[in-house]
Each structure stands twice: as C-alpha cells, then as structure tokens.
Design a protein around this ligand. Structure first.
Ligand code: GDP
Ligand code: MG
Length: 442
C-alpha cells in the first residue's frame, strides 16, 4: 500500500533536526519503491521522485514542521501537481451542442459513464442526448438504451436509415439529430476491445473525424494497474483525448493508474466513477486523490502540529516579553498578524480535506487583505510611533494613511484593535499559557 509505505519511510525522519541529503535519499528510495509497487509508470516515478528530492533539499527547514512532516507536505504538493493541480472543467461549445466522445477499452465503463454523465448534466439543467455508436457487441445498443431510460435522457440508436451497422454514420446522424432537437450536449458512446488493436483505433478516429468532438474522454478502469500508462499512451496517439475519466474507483484502486495517466499524458482527470449505479459519479479532485494516496492521518497531524507550533512559538515569545516587564507593542501586534497569515495560507494549501470544517470556518472569518492592511499601516509608522502610539496625533495618522494607501478611519480602527490586544496582553500577564491570541482583525 502506497500510503503506508510513504508514511513508514517518513517516520524514520521524525525527531531529526533538519533534512540531510542522506535522510532525503532514504525517503526517496522508499517513495520510489512504493510508487513502483502501486504500478505507477517508471518515467512518472522518476520524474516525481526527482522533483520531491530537489524540493526537499532545496527548501529551508520550516520551524513549524518537523522534517517528516515537511516531506509529507512536499509529496502532497507534488502529487496534487502531477494529478493536474486544480479540479478540471469540461469544455463547453460556444455553439451547442457540445459533443463529447467516449473512448476506452471494452469493459472500461464507457456505457455506464455515458448514463452517469448524462444524468449529472441533466440535473444541472442541460439537455443531453446519448448516441449508441458501439455496434461491436450485440447487446451494446440495448445497454445504452437501458442506461438512458434510467437517466431520463433520450438515446439515439441505429435503425434502418440511421446507419445500421455503421458506427460512423450513427454518430454523425446522432449529432445532427441532437442539433435539430436543440439538445445542448451529445454524448457518443463508442466500442472498445479487450486489447488495443488498430481496427478499433481506426474506428474511433473515424468517429472523431466525423463528429469533431469538443471533448474526447478517455475512460479507464482504475484497477488496470501496470497497463494504465501503455493504454493511455495508445489512446493518446491513436485517437487523442482531452480528458480522462477514472472508473471503478470504488474498488481497491490505489492511486497508481491516476498518477501514471496524468503523468504520462498530461491530460486532466475530470471525473471519477465509483460504482455501478447512476449516482456513483463525481468530479475528480486532485487534492483529494493526493490525500487518498498519501497517508491521511499524517496529513492531518501535519496541520495540527503546524497550528500548535505557531501558537506555542507566539505564546512563548509573548510570555517572555511580558515576564521581562516589556510592554506589548505594535511590532508585536504586527508579528501576531503575520503568524496568523502564515497559518491562513498554510491551511488553504492543505485545505479541502475531510474533517476540515472547523478550519474552513476559521479561515472564512479571516480576511488576509485586512492583515495586509495592518502590515502596511504599521510599516508606515516610525519606530518611535510603533513604541509609543500615543504620539499618533491627527497629522501623523493622516501621514500614515497616505503612506499605507489606507484611510484615517482604517488607521484608527487598527489602533483600536491594537489597544484591545494590548490591554488583553497586559491583563494576561504571566498567566500567558497558549491558545490563540485575540486582537485579530474584525
Ligand atoms: P464499456 O465496455 O466501456 O462500455 O463498460 P461498461 O459501462 O459496460 O462497464 C463494464 C462493467 O463495469 C459493467 O458491469 C459495469 O456495471 C461495471 N462498471 C462500470 N463502471 C463502474 C464503476 O465505477 N464501479 C464498478 N464497481 N463497476 C463499474
Ligand atoms: Mg459499452
């Protein structure tokens, strides 16, 4: 299991002060082995580990994370990157109908997907039509008709005059019928073979050239393992595709196929099929897949640890200051804001994980621009003013507002917030004992 192996290899790093080349290489070896075991294609593994290694060595050791957590974060970032970064979007035609062609091996899940995709689109107010251009298997047309009925979507099937026996003709007639009936999407189901063969590729190319699809989706079984890269390459070269659908992700599929396919073809995975029912379908989120590949528990603990460290470091510094009799200054206030900001961007980076609801709520209440404003305002003050805000009369406030590109009201507001934070800090005195400090914006 890929996740466990990465986690295990990183456990060895725990407790070390910094990332040495030997540490990194040991971990890289483990990651490489784990990826190869998960059937990720060799060139993809090479590329991936190369990038992780470079970043792990090049990056400064963060004070918030221990070395193992830092590598987890890098691996996570790179996984998301290789899986396409952001969640992919379908391309819609400027002049409907949008033509979507499905391609893939027999049994990959194309026909099932056609129904799921149609229902998903219909639920969003689109008016899809399915086209049965798989005339290879005796039952294929009937299968699509059943699927279409379940989804409540019309199916264009071969009949005398519709191109019986000729999938290219069926596809063409299907698209023009959809156009005539003012359907805004046409999904063309095509035939596959158990193995890659030239005749099938030629037929798919002919259909492609006849209907000129806006999207060609390569449907691939996530359980395919070692073959994923080879099959993806064959379809890329033979037909070409704009996006990928991973099917059978409900099985015990590791991330191997996903990584191989996106790594080799650079095409985004747009959807995931997760069962035999129409509703077992979702958009594909690279960050969630990365978490699935990686050990979830480790990622969560990474975030928790980071939060604890930020709080603890701040609390400690503030406590020391208070203990030494020094007052809480605007510089300290700014420092707090900056810590908060770091935490904010960190959470965003690692966000969108399950169980992150509280974090997300905290984030939403948290306006980074406000912190930038605090920063601009405090930076526009002289050192003397920062030490002693009582100096800040009207003309100084006007100067600071101008210098920071804010208004006098905003300067006043920040000074108010600071005063509250300062009072709080004073009253807390040596009782300072962790917990987030108040005084944030808003
Ligand atoms: P096609 O030959 O590419 O059209 O593949 P089909 O759509 O006919 O699917 C082949 C088999 O896989 C059928 O028995 C489907 O019910 C099943 N199947 C398709 N997608 C999924 C999926 O996401 N999960 C599971 N468990 N089974 C699936
Ligand atoms: Mg089929």
């Amino acid at each position: 299991n890929l996740s466990d192996r990465i986690a295990a290899s990183l456990k060895g790093l725990r407790g070390h002060g910094r990332l040495t080349e030997a540490d990194v290489d040991k971990t890289i070896r483990e990651i490489r082995r784990a990826l190869l075991d998960a059937d990720v294609a060799v060139p993809v593994v090479r590329d991936f580990t190369g990038r992780v290694r470079e970043r792990a060595l090049g990056e400064e050791v963060s004070k918030a994370l221990n070395p193992a957590q830092q590598v987890v974060k890098i691996v996570n970032d790179e996984l998301v990157e290789i899986l396409g970064g952001a969640t992919g979007e379908l391309t819609w035609a400027k002049n409907p109908p949008t033509v979507i062609m499905l391609a893939g091996l027999q049994g990959a899940g194309k026909t099932t997907l056609a129904g799921k995709l149609a229902k998903w689109m219909k639920d969003q107010g689109h008016t899809p039509m399915l086209v049965a251009a798989d005339l290879q298997r005796p039952n294929a047309v009937n299968q699509l008709q059943i699927v279409g009925e379940r989804a409540g979507v019309p199916v264009f099937a071969p009949e005398p005059g519709n191109g019986v026996g000729n999938p290219v003709l069926v596809a063409m007639n299907g698209v023009s019928t959809a156009q005539f009936q003012q359907r805004d999407v046409v999904i063309v189901d095509t035939a596959g073979r158990l193995g890659i063969d030239e005749e099938m590729m030629q037929q798919a190319r002919d259909i492609r050239d006849a209907v000129n699809p806006h999207e060609t989706l390569f449907v691939v079984d996530a359980m395919i393992g070692q073959d994923a890269a080879r099959v993806a390459e064959a379809f890329r070269d033979g037909v070409g595709f704009t996006g990928v659908v991973l099917s059978k992700l409900d099985g015990d599929a590791r991330g191997g196929a996903a990584l191989s396919i996106t790594g080799v073809t650079q095409r985004p995975i747009l959807f995931a099929s997760t069962g035999e029912q129409l509703g077992d379908f979702e958009r594909f989120h690279p960050d969630r897949m990365a978490s699935r590949i990686l050990d979830m528990g480790d990622v969560m603990s990474l975030i928790e640890q980071a939060e604890r460290t930020f709080d603890a470091a701040e609390a400690e510094k503030a406590a020391q200051k208070l203990a030494s009799g020094e007052d809480f200054t605007l510089d300290d206030f700014l420092n707090q804001m900056q810590q908060l900001k770091k935490m904010g961007s960190m959470k965003k980076m690692l966000g969108m994980l399950p169980n992150m609801r509280q974090h997300r709520e905290a984030l939403e209440a948290f306006d980074e621009r406000e912190i930038d404003r605090v920063e601009a305002i405090v930076r526009s003050m002289t050192p003397a003013e920062r030490k002693d805000p009582k100096l800040l009369n009207g003309s100084r406030r006007a100067r600071i507002a101008k210098g920071s590109g804010t208004s006098v009201q905003q300067v006043n507001q920040i000074l108010e917030n600071f005063k509250k934070a300062q009072q709080m800090m004073r009253s807390m005195g040596s009782a300072m004992g962790g917990g987030a400090m108040p005084g944030g914006p808003g």
